[in-house]
Write a protein that binds this ligand. Structure first.
Ligand SMILES: *Cc1c(COP(=O)(O)O)cnc(C)c1O
Length: 434
């Protein structure tokens, strides 16, 4: 399968090149040239399949032409070493828990898949050593660092905004060492993302080293996120509740939501989507006005969604032929203030006993506000609440237990390199140390 750029100025490329390049030369994002529809028979038996089985079929639809069936199955199975259970929170409202992976956030799925696919290309296709650059607002860094840890032929550089990620998030990517280097940037997440994007377009740097991105813009991270939307549907079907499914996605860079839109185009019967934002509500503004105007991000309690210029917006426009009307027919938006996040987390816990994380709280709140009668709502719980221990404890006034997986990270020693947000400084450092 070929992948074209959303800017349509660069030529279409094959899978391997799309993964290595991450971003197309014209600054666009790669899109699969076809979105294969899955056969009716797949949906008829979906509730009889386990997560791994249905994901293999979804993966084969995209990657089946480029990889042997056995290889692809192995990559999918190895990626999905955990489940994404659907938990009922209240009548017609379900949480799709995406935090059962190694770093307790949904990004484990895409990061593990990409690491295994890239590792395969390096091992078997004789691809040279690559350097992965990844900007993180919190969870991407840990998922990518852990997904790629000890994968031969790959070195990962995690760029994160100094003082803007939680202590627990920080130790998940600064304590690993080995083929993982953490770069602590004196700036915001958008500055980190800009450094990465500039690096990919810097001819000089690319002449010296093989750079690739593991941000959600990378097709190998972004497409596998479609897997768990199918899993949500299968679980609803098993409960006899598969009709009128509405999915609410807490969104930052909109990679997760875009993967859901792709699943829908493949035939998954999602009636509509809700994009939940925090105060960084550029997408909601777009839905309301038809005008997209990126703004600098502001810091909120749901920090992994603090994005002022969501990169996957270009993909959403591309999917719907740049029609604002079509986009608004399929996606509604909602923005949560920090105060709403606090109130929602507290009231949901009090009334249902279900503990949300700040991102899931945006999703739950948006769903509660926008779900219509007769719809079955699923919101994505994108991270485990213990990753935001201090915030959650201050809201519910109770101790939050830290799962053993997370405790293990906190025992390590922080190692990072401090850099400014200036591209020339970053470039110099990378050229000298990378
Ligand atoms: C990354 C992240 C998000 C936002 O996902 P996008 O794909 O960037 O929209 C939401 N919640 C958590 C916990 C995250 O880590």
């Amino acid at each position: 399968m070929n992948y074209y750029s959303t800017n349509k100025q660069s030529p279409a490329v094959g899978l391997q090149e799309a993964i290595i390049k991450g971003l197309a030369g014209d600054g666009g994002l790669y899109m699969p040239e076809r979105i294969p529809a899955l056969p009716l028979s797949f949906f008829e038996k979906i509730q009889e399949m386990n997560f791994g089985e249905m994901s293999c079929e979804v993966a084969a639809a995209f990657f089946g032409e480029d990889l042997e069936a056995d290889v692809l199955k192995e990559i999918v199975r190895d990626t999905l070493s955990f489940d994404t259970p659907l938990v009922q929170v209240e009548d017609a409202v379900y949480s799709l828990e995406l935090f059962h992976g190694p770093t307790l956030a949904f990004k484990d799925v895409g990061a593990r898949f990409m690491a295994r696919l890239l590792g395969y290309f390096i091992r078997w296709q004789g691809l040279e050593q690559v350097k992965v650059l990844v900007a993180t607002s919190g969870d991407t860094g840990s998922a990518v660092a852990n997904g790629f840890l000890d994968v031969a032929g790959i070195h990962v550089y995690v760029l994160y905004p100094k003082g803007k990620v939680s202590a627990i998030q920080e130790c998940q990517f600064t304590t690993l060492g080995r083929n993982i280097t953490a770069l602590e940037i004196d700036g915001t997440f958008d500055d980190c993302q800009a450094l990465v994007k500039t690096a990919f377009m810097d001819a000089d740097l690319n002449g010296k080293m093989r750079l690739t991105s593991a941000n959600s813009i990378n097709v190998a991270r972004f497409l596998p996120q479609a897997f768990y939307y199918f899993n949500a549907y299968a679980q609803l079907r098993r409960r006899g509740a598969g009709e009128n499914m509405v999915v609410c996605v807490p969104s930052g860079n909109f990679g997760n939501l875009t993967a859901g839109l792709i699943a829908r185009k493949m035939g998954l019967p999602v009636k509509r989507f809700i994009a939940a934002n925090n105060r960084n509500d550029i997408f909601l503004q777009y839905l309301q006005t038809g005008v997209y105007s990126p703004k600098p991000s502001v810091q909120t309690l749901a920090n992994a969604m603090d994005v002022g210029n969501p990169s996957n917006f270009a993909r959403i426009l591309d999917l719907y032929g740049h029609s604002h009307q079509t986009v608004t027919e399929i996606i509604s938006g909602f923005a949560c203030s920090d105060e709403m996040i606090r109130d929602t987390t507290a009231s949901c816990y009090r009334e249902t006993g279900y503990l949300l994380d700040p991102h899931g709280a945006c999703g739950y709140r948006a769903l509660k506000n926008l779900r219509q009668a007769g719809e079955t709502g699923v919101f994505l719980e994108t991270a485990h609440p213990a990753k935001f221990k201090d915030t959650i404890e201050s809201i519910i006034g109770k101790a939050v237990e830290i799962p053993p997986k997370l405790q293990a990270f906190m025992k390590g020693k922080k190692q990072s390199v401090a850099l400014g947000k200036d591209f020339s400084e970053f470039k110099q450092w990378l050229a000298a140390n990378g």
